[in-house]
Ligand binder design. Structure first.
Ligand code: M6R
Length: 364
């Protein structure tokens, strides 16, 4: 049941510190601070490319994974929406590996994409929450996310646990390919191990999102922006928001705003910016100043250092614990989920069962 929560989605948001911890426990050895994966059907050092597909939120998880695989493992990764990939007849490399991400493991487009890569003789790896599912069964190796049953149609804990598995995979690939020293692996693994505590700390400060949600509920368009791995997270934030609040939201890469969407900015369009301090912060800060100069209402999600650096001008600032940029997408998912959740509950929509949507999309 829902226990003391009003909705399954809310319960599932609050379960994240635990399920992220459970998932980490199966893929990380806390003593050596090394990633431990099951036996793989291929060697990461030998594959020329990783070809991934998924749908919806699982696709955005994969898009974040692409930043990790390319940066840390120097492994080229292509990722596409499964409904496009399955019909595109993409040429795939010899000895390549394919990766599928799915909470249910039953999404028809993702399964069909998997079958295409099987025909093309790729090694098949999947990340699934349901180990008995079709996608798990048809994979060479299925890595499980230990999110437990996810009831709310809007995916929350499945997403953050998918990110955890992708992060571990990228670290393992980095080690195998010789692009990640053991010191660096230990450092990044430690950053992952700290996420559950940081997530609980943040969730205890949930109240800061409610005022913002009240304002959001009155808007008709909302933009989300981020740079680097915060860009796919912005896409995910916008999806979560529209799915349950029935308001229009769109995610943008921060640097892309001036190529079109900046024309939308005025005092009626709130823009949610995910900008953790780190190497990309100053670039995004520049984009924030441009938005402010055009009268835009900025909801900044950052750590204390980032919030201080931006100073006056933002309409709201949501403070998240300071973390390594590597794990930031996992932690920054939480404020986005809460923003969507509270806006939807203020609007009184059917949060767990939004209109026109199904939990698992098994028909095209
Ligand atoms: O079960 P899957 O992970 O394959 O589902 C993929 C999408 O249908 C799913 O993530 C969908 O986008 C969610 N409702 C988003 O919250």
């Amino acid at each position: 049941g829902k226990g003391s929560y009003r909705h399954f989605m809310q319960k599932e948001i609050f379960e994240q510190p635990v399920v992220i911890g459970d998932t980490l426990q199966s893929y990380v050895d806390p003593l050596s601070r090394r990633v431990t994966l099951p036996e793989m059907p291929f060697d990461f050092a030998q594959i020329p490319r990783l070809t991934a597909s998924a749908c919806g939120t699982a696709y955005y998880a994969g898009l974040i994974g692409k930043y990790w695989f390319e940066q840390m493992a120097r492994l080229p990764m292509d990722i596409d929406i499964a409904s496009e990939f399955r019909y595109r007849e993409a040429p795939l490399p010899e000895n390549g590996a394919a990766l599928f991400i799915s909470q249910s493991g039953e999404t028809i487009d993702t399964l069909s994409a998997l079958r295409y890569t099987r025909q093309e003789k790729q090694h098949i790896l999947s990340i699934v929450n349901q180990p008995e599912s079709a996608i798990a069964r048809e994979s060479d190796v299925a890595l499980q996310t230990l999110a437990g049953p996810e009831i709310g149609v809007a995916s929350t804990k499945a997403f953050t646990t998918q990110l955890v598995v992708l992060a571990c995979l990228a670290l393992a690939a980095g080690r195998a390919r010789g692009s990640l020293s053991s010191e660096r692996e230990a450092e990044l693994t430690s950053a992952l191990i700290e996420v559950p505590a940081q997530a609980s700390y943040f969730l205890e400060r949930e109240a800061q999102l409610i005022d913002i949600a009240n304002e959001m509920a009155d808007a008709s368009d909302i933009l989300y922006m981020g740079r680097g791995s915060m860009y796919p997270l912005a896409l995910e934030g916008a999806l979560k928001f529209k799915e349950i609040s029935y308001l229009h939201a769109e995610g943008y890469a921060a640097g892309e705003l001036k190529h079109g969407a900046m024309a939308l900015i005025d005092e009626h369009v709130p823009i949610v910016v995910c900008a953790p301090s780190g190497p990309l912060f100053d670039k995004t800060a520049g984009n924030i100043q441009e938005v402010i100069a055009r009268g835009g209402r900025v909801v900044l999600i950052s750590d204390s250092q980032g919030i201080e650096a931006i100073g006056e001008g933002v309409t709201h600032a949501v403070e998240v614990p300071e973390v390594s940029p590597f794990v930031a997408p996992i932690l920054y998912a939480l404020p986005l989920q809460l923003l969507a959740y509270h806006t939807a509950s203020i609007k009184g929509t059917d949060v767990d069962q939004p209109r026109n949507l199904a939990k698992s999309v098994t028909v095209e």
